[in-house]
Design a binder for this molecule. Structure first.
Ligand code: SF4
Length: 439
């Protein structure tokens, strides 16, 4: 059996695609841990931030020496950088054999067959018109995971000014509901108890396809699969978050009380320049309504600081929004120019050191809020789905609350895959600690 090494950068969509590539190669390749052992190296890339893209070029560049020693080694670059760069990538890294866009990963086997017939190097960055790829069910062997991702759509039609996704992943296409349900059923049969439905903008699932359910309807159908205990989803666009979806948090017990709702900025002027198509007031009113349906919901968000033209007053609006909403956690970034994104041509760029200052301020405020929220769990008993032993301390178990907080706790053996109750006795910035309780 040949060996494949996969390195994945970026979001959960990429993790999902990497899993699918491994499933496609089953029977011919087995995964290995080191590039030097591999017959095939796949680097699944992300181009959302400049830093991630630079890391990809660094890693693939360093593989050149392996190719020199073993010319039969196949090196493939997949994902968003592959889509964005296409043929240019081969010019910059001539030791690469294969460039595969995110929608072409399902054609991996055909591409490898062509390369072995001497038809490489090969570039496949074609978009699909629909999402009717063959069903590839992962076979979860060995240490089976308790939770899994399931992609329900690809691409995005929103064209936010700073974002490359509509160019690298194409326009929005929803996956047929029967395929999604079949995949979740297969995962549940193999012991998965929690699924996260993935898409760039899950709230607009099915809107372009005739006869497809809405996202809220799909969510209810997925949640009704017997043996599935928890359902999550990401990412949601605030403009498309509607009451039908909000109701699911209150009415469907399997839907976990956590929503990632990227706001990006707190100033209406910047939101408009970003082409986000909601105002600060609309965002806040959706949060308020959501909390009426589900008071215990945990909210997380993304923030970009230093978008071109962001004044000190605009930035303060973002800080005020953090205080107002009190997110459980945020993912915050300094704005960076991306090829193809519209804001790359905006002239009023913010200096790097100012962006760094703003980011540090955002971190300072959010860390306090996260700590306060984590401390509010002290003394409470929470339901945890046990994922396995804690990577940092094999004496402890680890899992997540329904609100998506990591909990490390002590307890008896054989808890993986079980739902347990944990008394929270301590907390840090990134996790809670406790002990299992029958109470
Ligand atoms: S909604 Fe905006 S930020 Fe999200 S993927 Fe689409 S274009 Fe990018």
């Amino acid at each position: 059996m040949k060996k494949v090494f996969i390195r994945t950068f970026g979001c959960q969509m990429n993790e999902y695609d990497s899993e699918r590539m491994l499933a496609l190669l089953k029977g011919e390749y087995i995964p290995c841990q080191e590039p030097k052992e591999a017959d095939l190296i796949l680097v699944n890339t992300c181009s959302v931030r400049k830093k991630a893209e630079e890391k990809v070029y660094g890693l693939v560049g360093r593989l050149k020496h392996l190719k020199k020693v073993r010319p039969e080694l196949i090196i493939g670059v997949c994902g968003c950088v592959a889509q964005q760069e296409g043929e240019r990538l081969l010019k910059r890294l001539p030791h690469v054999d294969l460039v595969l866009g995110p929608q072409a990963v399902y054609r991996l086997r055909e591409a490898l067959a062509k390369i072995s017939r001497g038809e490489g190097p090969l570039v496949d960055i074609n978009f699909q018109k629909d999402f009717r790829q063959p069903l590839i069910f992962p076979e979860l062997d060995g240490d089976r995971p308790v939770k899994a991702f399931v992609t329900i759509m690809q691409g995005c039609d929103n064209f936010c000014a700073y974002c490359v996704v509509p160019y690298t992943r194409g326009r929005e296409v929803s996956r047929p509901p029967e395929d999604i349900l079949a995949e979740v059923e297969c995962l549940v049969k193999q012991g998965v108890r929690e699924v996260t439905l993935l898409g760039q903008n899950v709230n607009s699932y099915g809107r372009k396809e005739r006869g497809f359910p809405s996202f809220a309807e799909l969510l209810r159908e997925v949640a009704s699969i017997s043996g599935l205990w928890r359902v999550r989803f990401t990412t949601s666009h605030p403009k498309d978050l509607d009451e039908n979806l909000m109701r699911c948090f209150a009415e469907v017990p399997e839907v976990c009380e956590h929503l990632h709702l990227p706001v990006q900025a707190g100033s209406n002027r910047i939101l408009k320049r970003m082409h986000r198509r909601y105002t600060r007031e609309e965002y806040l009113s959706k949060v308020e309504k959501l909390r009426k349906f589900c008071p215990e919901i945990a909210l997380t968000t993304d923030i970009i600081v230093g978008f071109p033209g962001e004044t000190e007053e605009d930035f303060k609006e973002t800080l005020r929004l953090l205080e107002e909403v009190r997110f459980d956690e945020i993912f915050s970034f300094k704005y960076s120019d991306r090829p193809l994104a519209r804001s790359t041509n905006f002239e009023d760029k913010i200096p790097e050191e100012e962006k760094a200052r703003r980011l540090a301020k955002v971190h300072e405020i959010q860390e306090r809020i996260t700590r306060e929220i984590n401390e509010s769990y002290l003394g409470k008993v929470v339901e945890v789905l046990v994922e396995g032993k804690s990577p940092g301390n094999p004496e402890l178990w680890t899992g997540r609350t329904r609100t998506n907080h990591v909990v490390n706790f002590s307890g008896p053996e054989n808890l993986k895959g079980k739902l347990v109750h944990v008394l929270i006795e301590g907390c840090g910035l990134h996790s809670l600690r406790g002990r299992i309780t029958n109470n």
